[in-house]
Design a binder for this molecule. Structure first.
Ligand code: PLP
Length: 428
């Protein structure tokens, strides 16, 4: 029996999501490349959904983790002082841009967001949260409620959804001649309209991804969160930035995604890349909010010594090697190469640093085309390149390689991607 058959016999039916009948078993990795059980090596432009931020088997990270395991100490984080954890918290607090910042750790992005929502709702004594349409914040009760989809709202939270003209909506807006300033005004008007439907003081927080990840690497117009903030401040509403995909320099021009918006959030959540594959997430936020709800901010394994050791090594690597600068430079090569392509199926190339989205449509229309997107995705894999797919309509390819991607690797991947798009376009 194949591993896929064994998987299907024992795990939920929809898994594994990505390659269906062609599911890959990755058995090893090195740098920006992974090798499957059949011995084929791929260039990885998705980094395990942006988790392998430094790359595979990078000595500095692997050695730090091995050293921690070598001490024999891998225990709960609630019992003792953990030096690795305190050191990591100090670094993140300093980098957060939040004065008087406090940090605590979780095992995942979902837990980080769940905790931030719990803190905000407790501090503001309200269960109302503003969610951006087409967001993704995790798979727990509260985090699934704040996706901006009514269908998910069957939880204890009652989210209000705000439309920042994401994805295909935004594309339609652009094609109808709306520029970023128009889009920003429309989004702020929408927020005001939503707030007009609730009693003042009833809303605890707005949660937003500075660049939507699962939604298809969509960034709202620059300054949008800052413009929101002015409205939120009138109502005493907290701002939570979900930096699970955008943090640590991925977007190139900034260390955090929120910095493109001229605003400092009250709470920032993080995960994914900071562990480079080890389970690590957390929240950094204003002391006033973070200190208010003690019960929320600890868990058995959040920030355990092994994950915290990985986190320290990752963050040191990011800073010592200026990976933000690399994301800007190498991301610029990719963006430039992709924007130079001209094919009917490719409606938009958007992105920041090493977080790039390609939106595919039926030529000459704004109709999302998930089938052609899948074809490009499959052709990339056949060519030896792993990319991500997603977007609300399944018509976005997502490119989020490790931040250590070299210029040569960028050009190699670009060639495979361009060839795949050309083939799919010719076939359509
Ligand atoms: N927030 C964002 C923006 C994400 O992209 C994700 C995961 O994809 C999450 C939260 C959930 O993180 P995790 O899967 O680590 O729980």
């Amino acid at each position: 029996m194949s591993l896929l058959d064994r998987h299907r016999a024992v795990m939920p039916g929809w898994m594994p999501v990505y390659y269906g009948d062609d599911a890959l078993e990755i058995v090893s990795g090195s740098g920006r490349r992974v090798t499957d059980a059949g011995g084929r090596t791929y260039l990885d432009f998705f980094g395990g959904v942006l988790t392998t931020m430094i790359g595979y088997d990078v000595a500095e990270i692997s050695d730090a983790v091995r050293a921690q395991i070598g001490t024999g100490v891998a225990h709960t984080s609630t019992l003792y002082l953990i030096r690795q954890q305190v050191e990591l918290a100090e670094k993140i607090a300093r980098l957060s841009g939040i004065p008087d910042a406090r940090v605590f750790f979780t095992n995942s992005g979902t837990e980080a967001n769940e905790s931030a929502l719990l803190m905000a709702t407790n501090v503001r004594r309200s269960n109302q949260i503003l969610a951006i349409k087409n967001s993704y914040h995790g798979r727990t009760f509260a985090t699934m409620a704040v996706t901006g989809h009514r269908s998910w709202s069957s939880s204890s939270l009652s989210p209000l959804s705000v439309n920042w003209l994401a994805s295909a909506d935004r594309l339609r807006g652009r094609m109808a001649g709306l520029n970023d300033a128009d889009l920003l005004d429309a989004a702020v008007d929408d927020l005001r309209e939503v707030l007009a439907t609730v009693t003042a003081g009833d809303v605890a927080a707005l949660i937003a991804e500075p660049v939507q990840g699962v939604g298809g690497f969509v960034h709202g117009p620059d300054g949008l969160l800052g413009a929101y903030r002015k409205v939120l401040a009138e109502h005493g509403i907290l701002l939570i930035a979900d930096e699970v995909q955008t943090g640590w320099g991925r977007t190139g021009d900034h260390f955090w995604g929120y910095q493109a918006h001229g605003v400092t959030p009250d709470l920032i959540t993080f995960a994914k890349g900071i562990g480079n594959g080890f389970a690590l997430g957390g929240v950094v936020g204003r002391a006033e909010v973070m200190n208010a709800v003690p019960a929320v901010s600890f868990s058995t394994f959040g920030g355990n010594p092994v994950s915290a050791a990985a986190g320290n090594a990752v963050l040191d690597y990011v800073l010592d090697h200026d990976l933000q600068g690399n994301a800007r430079r190498v991301g610029g090569i990719l963006l430039g190469g992709l924007r130079a392509l001209s094919y009917g199926i490719l409606a938009e190339v958007r992105g920041r640093g090493l977080m790039i989205g390609l939106e595919f449509v039926r030529p000459g229309t704004t109709e999302p085309d998930p089938a052609v997107t899948l074809r490009v995705f499959d052709l990339c894999r056949e060519g030896g390149l792993l990319v991500g797919k997603g977007g609300l309509y399944g018509n976005v390819l997502r490119i989020g390689p490790p931040l250590t991607l070299t210029e040569d690797e960028a050009r190699e991947g670009l060639a495979i991607l361009s060839g795949a798009i050309a083939t799919a376009d010719a076939e359509s």
